[in-house]
Design a protein around this ligand. Structure first.
Ligand SMILES: *[C@@H]1O[C@H](CO)[C@@H](O)[C@H](O)[C@H]1NC(C)=O
Length: 216
């Protein structure tokens, strides 16, 4: 246990410019990976309809540079997407009367909220188009985007929001590369067998003898 604490201190000491310890980064990535694995293996249902398996779903990894960038944007207490090009961007706002002193949980819950967009709004196609982008599921489809390999996130307590009875507003931001949600491209390649079309240089990941359905 002591070793564990020391390791965490060393990790956070080495990354003092970032808001998250490595453990939180793992949890945020983990929530993305669970979702991607479930989708790739045919376990994701949207409004009662099973989505086809993914043949080319990449495993996603944490990137501290993306995280620093996302934290910088969160620190500005944004009320809208940055509009930046070059990376994908997901945002989640939370209003609360009792903000937790440690904000990490808001960041690792954000991917769960983004996934819920699918049950709220549905998904009309697996090829990205303007209708899908405007339908309220763009954060979910960025998480579903097969070719996205890296994610990094930040979170900020933006204080009382006078437009919401002075509830505390918390902003979580994740940035992604390669960027998803490109109009005309498939969100992912569908097929009967997960991992059957992993990109060159990648193979299907195996964990304890089982396929994770993601290319690594
Ligand atoms: C919110 O806080 C401001 C500044 O303290 C105050 O003037 C305002 O009355 C508050 N609004 C509400 C709805 O409590």
């Amino acid at each position: 246990m002591n070793t564990f604490v020391i390791v965490l201190l060393l990790v956070s000491g080495a990354n003092t410019q970032f808001s998250f310890p490595a453990l939180t980064a793992d949890q945020i990535v983990g929530n993305h990976l669970k979702f991607r694995m479930n989708l790739a293996s045919g376990g994701l249902y949207v409004q009662g309809v099973q989505l086809p398996r993914a043949t080319n779903m990449l495993k996603t990894f944490w990137d501290w540079t993306l995280a620093a960038n996302a934290q910088t944007y969160a620190d500005s207490c944004p009320t809208a997407p940055s509009g930046a090009t070059g990376y994908g961007e997901n945002m989640h706002y939370i209003w609360t009367t009792t903000p937790a002193s440690i904000l990490d949980s808001y960041a690792f819950n954000a991917p769960l909220k983004w996934a819920e967009q699918l049950s709220d709004y549905g998904l009309s196609s697996l090829t990205m188009d303007a209708t899908i982008l405007a339908s309220g599921v763009a954060d979910a489809t960025q998480m579903m985007w097969a070719k996205t390999k890296y994610v990094g996130c930040g979170v900020k307590n933006c204080g009382p929001d006078p437009t919401q009875s002075n509830k505390t507003r918390i902003v979580a931001v994740c940035h992604y590369t390669p960027k998803g949600n490109i109009i005309g491209e498939d969100i992912y390649e569908q097929g009967a067998i997960a991992c059957s079309n992993c990109p060159a240089g990648t193979v299907c990941e195996s964990y304890m003898g089982m396929s994770t359905s993601m290319c690594v």
